[in-house]
Design a protein around this ligand. Structure first.
Ligand code: CP
Ligand code: NVA
Length: 303
């Protein structure tokens, strides 16, 4: 297995299932009161150039929960803010810590850090991918609905980092995925093509949200303007209005469909308050599972 976790595409079905199985075991054991110590004596560095509540806290809690320690660095607190080359940062940090968890802008930044780092680099969100999030989302889907290969997942909204990682998961794990995105906001075409070519079940992009959810057991959405796109918020709000996940849209999905949102949510924009607070929404379990998946990721990659 590659030492780094930069995108889900770098892993095969068995490896992805390995994270899911280990996370379920660690969750069950922690809830049973077991104290894990797999990473005692280990330290990871978190380098976050974008804000985070869930990912930061769940990675920190996961590392402490495995007996390890964490050093958190916001982008502006490092010499990266003064343009120290990434390759220098990677080589120096690797002398101090046993792994790096990085949230940043371009995917090329985590790729470059990984190229020069002698310790594992884990992608905690880039503009292109959010791989760790999709693993916790899939863990949550399995808990609520059973094996994901038997399910149809719908993505409604922006073809963003979350959508790209869902597409890669569908390509590797073999579940049906239909994405409804407005024209001009499609997922990355190369990622889509590679996943479609490898997929056991259809991965399709449509324009009509009702068509996307018609067969859905799982409905997924995310903000219309991601971090770094704040100045596009107003224009995007107009384009994305028909893509709101509201009770009318949810009613068009299969009975018992669940609704996912990675959070933070903009209530009454991409999802209504009614749906987010409603019985079909599993966003809070999804948020919790970030803790368990991050434990599985750290236990797998850090040595
Ligand atoms: N879902 C997620 O990544 O949330 P944060 O931005 O709060 O980490
Ligand atoms: N697409 C969102 C996800 C936030 C967790 C963003 O990148 O801002």
């Amino acid at each position: 297995m590659t030492r780094h976790l930069l995108s889900l595409w770098d892993f095969d079905q068995e490896q992805l299932n390995g994270y899911l199985t280990l996370a379920a075991t660690l969750k069950q054991e922690s809830k049973g009161g077991k104290r894990h110590q797999q990473l005692a004596g280990k330290t990871i560095g978190l380098i976050f150039e974008k804000p985070s509540t869930r990912t930061r806290v769940s990675f920190e809690a996961a590392m402490y929960g495995l007996g390890g320690q964490v050093i958190y660095l916001s982008g502006r607190d490092t010499q990266l803010a003064r343009h120290e080359p990434l390759k220098d940062m990677a080589r120096v940090m690797a002398r101090y810590v046993d792994g790096l968890v990085v949230r940043t802008f371009g995917q090329e930044i985590v790729d470059e850090l990984a190229r020069y780092s002698s310790v594992p680099v884990i992608n905690a969100l880039t503009d292109l991918h959010h791989p760790c999030q999709i693993l916790s989302d899939i863990m949550t889907v399995i808990e609520h609905k059973g094996p994901i290969a038997d399910l149809h997942v719908a993505w409604v909204g922006d073809g963003n980092n979350m959508a790209n990682s869902w597409i890669q998961a569908a390509g590797r794990l073999g579940f049906a995925l239909t994405l409804a995105c407005p024209e001009g906001y499609d997922p990355d075409p190369a990622i889509l093509k590679a996943a479609q070519d490898a997929a056991a079940k259809p991965i399709t992009v449509v324009r009509d949200p009702a068509a996307a959810v018609a067969l859905a057991d799982v409905i997924n959405t995310d903000v219309w303007a991601s971090m770094g796109q704040e100045e596009e918020q107003e224009a995007r709000t107009k384009v994305f209005r028909p893509y709101q996940v509201n009770s009318g849209l949810v009613a068009k999905a299969r009975p018992g469909a669940i609704v996912l949102h990675c959070l933070p949510a903009h209530r009454d924009e991409e999802i209504t308050d009614e749906v987010l607070e409603g019985p079909q929404c599993v966003a809070w379990d999804q948020a919790e599972n970030k803790l368990h998946i991050h434990k599985a990721i750290l236990a797998t990659h850090i040595d």
